[in-house]
Design a binder for this molecule. Structure first.
Ligand SMILES: Cc1cc2nc3c(=O)[nH]c(=O)nc-3n(C[C@H](O)[C@H](O)[C@H](O)COP(=O)(O)OP(=O)(O)OC[C@H]3O[C@@H](n4cnc5c(N)ncnc54)[C@H](O)[C@@H]3O)c2cc1C
Length: 426
């Protein structure tokens, strides 16, 4: 029986291990931390007896491979699924406006939903609709050299549409603003989200902490198939002989009984144990996401989440016992102290959801400095393919060349691709 070592227990590594297990390949996942999940996990906040995520994660109906993976590990019931796109937006006067697909048939329901979006005037709505019609019929337009903002300006999207609609979509999907992100990758995901059926544009939200939502079910699946996950074990070096990995050196042992290796770690971690020519001298720039979990005396929010218009806080998620504020594209806040960040959040909450400082029982701030790589033109050109120059070494992870931004879907696709390549050689 062939054996594969998967390095990294984030969602990319777990996907590889689940599909390898399904195909009867002996598999071992080696994870350096004491828990699975990588950049998408949950912890128990002892003081407030609440499970919180390191960062709120949202999936979309267009996450086809993630949904298949979730179904395979029997975790589909751990998510809340929208029937059609519905996003409540709040402005700084605390007024709620809904972006909502109507009950009409697809794609008319989405277009009418856009036309009802009350932050835009009539001519802006027409301009947005024209944009989508053009997008639907555009085939091989090369946007590789443009930023999202340059593209939107070419497509006559004025400042108000860019600010109240496009900036929110761009930061929400790419964790990067329109001035920096590549137009090409943005165009590709817009097509997947809005032009691939009704379900694709819907949002899917984990109903439990992330670790319980998908890490534990993946762990159970891998164990049930007779395979193994080793935690607290750090890969130190891959020994290469005759163009193949022959030994894996960890901080606990030397592993020699394997046929294949999948590296499912970020580029920064990979360069510590592998120095192949393809990754020598490349580095990616990252974008931070800050999550602020707040426990309120009384939570008056009615919806599951809200988008905030023209605020440094992009989203507020309502978990009943606490709320989570999300600030994406947050490199500019990395050096700010927690006191400065929370002061800014209090000021915004007062305007947007009329919450006073005295209403707050407790809060916790989690800064994920390297949440996702920035999908700008330079970084996208540095992404690596699954196949390496080494015969039995394959790369996975959200930073590899999946054509998608750094997302759960990108990570799952990368893990599946690595497995498919291995299965082809067996
Ligand atoms: C705050 C936040 C919010 C996000 N929101 C969303 C969202 O709403 N929707 C979405 O789709 N995506 C979101 N993302 C992105 C998503 O979480 C990532 O794209 C995805 O989790 C990356 O998975 P991965 O398996 O490629 O890498 P990782 O999760 O980084 O996993 C790599 C694993 O490898 C391990 N490792 C590293 N070095 C070694 C070593 N030497 N030996 C052994 N193990 C090692 C690490 O400990 C880690 O567990 C968000 C990310 C963050 C941080």
């Amino acid at each position: 029986m062939k054996k594969c070592i998967v390095i990294g227990g984030g969602i990319a590594g777990l996907t590889s291990a689940v599909y390898l297990s399904k195909s009867g390949i002996k598999t071992e996942v080696i994870e350096s931390k004491n828990k699975l999940g990588g950049r998408a996990y949950s912890i128990k906040d002892r003081e407030n007896k609440t499970v919180i995520d390191n960062g709120q994660h949202i999936l979309m109906g267009c996450y086809k491979e993630t949904l298949k993976f979730i179904s395979l590990i029997n975790a589909s019931d751990n998510f809340f699924y929208q029937r059609q796109l519905f996003i409540p937006f709040i402005n700084s006067n605390s007024e709620i406006h809904y972006l909502e697909a109507t009950k009409l048939f697809y794609p008319l329901n989405l277009f009418i939903g856009l036309l009802n979006h009350s932050f835009l005037n009539f001519s802006e709505k027409i301009s947005l609709t024209t944009f989508f019609i053009k997008l639907a019929f555009s085939k091989n337009v090369d946007l590789n050299k443009l930023t999202v903002e340059e593209w939107l300006i070419c497509e006559k999207q004025n400042e108000n549409i860019r600010k109240t609609f496009w900036e929110i979509i761009c930061v929400g999907t790419l964790n990067s603003g329109t001035k920096n992100a590549s137009a090409q990758i943005f165009k590709d995901i817009l097509k997947k989200m809005f032009l691939d059926g009704n379900f694709s544009s819907t949002l899917i939200i984990p109903q439990k902490g992330l670790s319980e939502t998908y890490c534990q079910p993946a762990n159970n699946y891998i164990n049930k198939m007779g395979n193994k996950i080793s935690l607290n074990e750090n890969i130190i070096e891959l020994k290469i002989e005759n163009n193949s990995v022959t030994k894996i050196i960890t901080d606990k042992r030397i592993i020699e009984d394997f046929d294949f290796v999948i590296s499912a770690v970020p580029l920064t971690a990979l360069t510590k144990f592998y120095s192949g020519d393809e990754i020598k001298n490349i580095s990616l720039e990252y974008s931070c996401i800050i999550s602020i979990h707040i426990w309120l005396k009384i939570n008056k929010l009615k919806n599951k989440f809200y988008g905030l218009i023209n605020s440094p806080i992009h989203w507020v998620f309502n978990h009943d016992d606490h709320i989570t504020l999300v600030i994406s594209d947050a490199n500019y806040l990395i050096k700010k102290s927690n006191d400065e960040i929370i002061d800014m959040c209090f000021a915004e909450l007062k305007k947007y959801i009329k919450t006073k400082r005295e209403d707050i029982i407790d809060y916790k701030i989690i800064k994920e400095k390297s949440a996702t790589f920035i999908p700008n033109v330079e970084n996208l050109n540095k992404r690596q393919t699954t196949k390496t120059k080494i015969n039995n070494l394959f790369l996975a992870g959200d930073w590899t060349d999946t054509g998608l931004p750094a997302t759960l879907e990108g990570a799952v696709i990368s893990g599946k691709k690595a497995t498919d390549l291995i299965l082809k050689t067996c």
